[in-house]
Design a binder for this molecule. Structure first.
Ligand SMILES: NC(=O)c1ccc[n+]([C@@H]2O[C@H](COP(=O)([O-])OP(=O)(O)OC[C@H]3O[C@@H](n4cnc5c(N)ncnc54)[C@H](OP(=O)(O)O)[C@@H]3O)[C@@H](O)[C@H]2O)c1
Length: 253
């Protein structure tokens, strides 16, 4: 009998949670606890970190987890690395449900940067109106370029005002539409968009809107995550649970 631990915090994880529940597969969903009111899920939910690799490995053993599914965000590199190491320690097969990275089109005006620090550096120069589509974690880094007027879009209203001297805040939860993001970029007279190469459709609207308006985009590349088995569709995870899961020891991990 399968007993699945699904590491979530993404729309893909929510889609897989619905599939697992519909199939009657025993599973639980884990959130880091970053969002105040995560969407209700059809699976039992736990919230909070495990306490590093050792904590996650102990959880896998103690809870009798048979399959570990990492459906966290492509920029959540720490939990993904922990999942690889903990799965190997506990002898539990692991699969990652990931979104393919976005690919630029010929008409796009993307500047690729390796990390948030690269995005900050790429904003050197005269004051512009910048859409900072990064969530709230890295906002303070942009204090290094205080001349810009920043548009911030957060899932939750922040407890304290964002530290940037000139900013406007929109509180909204995706998925976003192209029409909505076109209107937002136009109404806010945005000159440049800064975002992570998250992939997926829900967050892509701003890129399609930026393309339509001929706006430049500063695109932050994905962080390194060690190799692991990956699929892009929630239904492929069900196939893996039914037929394809191989414990790490048998794969020589
Ligand atoms: N990074 C992003 O851009 C982004 C965007 C949208 C959604 N998210 C979601 O937000 C969450 C946190 O992202 P992050 O970038 O802060 O992660 P991270 O830097 O990779 O992880 C930091 C720590 O948070 C805990 N953690 C992360 N995801 C968890 C999960 N699903 N269940 C239980 N503990 C978890 C782990 O703590 P312990 O070491 O104590 O186990 C991990 O070491 C993830 O669920 C991710 O899918 C992230």
């Amino acid at each position: 009998m399968a007993n699945v631990l699904l590491l979530g915090g993404t729309s893909e994880a929510s889609a897989l949670a619905r599939l697992l529940a519909a199939q009657g597969i025993a599973a639980r969903l884990s959130y880091a606890g970053r969002t105040h009111a995560p969407l209700a899920q059809p699976l039992p939910t736990r919230i909070g970190g495990f306490g590093g690799v050792a904590g996650l490995a102990a959880y896998l053993r103690e809870e009798g987890i048979t399959h570990l599914v990492d459906a966290t965000h492509p920029f959540a590199a720490q939990i993904s690395a922990h999942a690889i190491a903990a799965a190997a320690q506990a002898g539990v097969p692991l699969i990652a449900l990931t979104r393919p990275a976005w690919q630029g089109q010929p008409q796009d005006r993307w500047t690729m940067v390796p990390d948030v620090a690269g995005a900050v550096a790429a904003l050197a120069g005269p004051a512009r109106r910048v859409m900072l589509a990064l969530g709230r974690l890295h906002v303070a880094d942009f204090l290094a370029q205080p001349q810009h007027d920043y548009l911030l879009r957060f899932v939750d209203a922040p407890a304290a005002p964002p530290p940037l001297p000139r900013h406007r805040l929109v509180v909204d939860r995706g998925p976003f539409t192209v029409a909505g993001d076109l209107a937002l970029l136009r109404d806010q007279a945005i000159d440049v968009v800064v975002c992570k190469n998250a992939g997926g459709s829900g967050a892509q609207a701003k890129l399609i809107a930026a393309r339509a308006l001929g706006l430049p985009v500063i695109m932050i590349d994905r962080p390194f995550i060690p190799p692991r088995q990956k699929v892009h569709e929630p239904a492929q995870v069900l196939d893996w649970i039914a037929h394809g899961a191989t414990p790490p020891a048998l794969r020589g991990v």
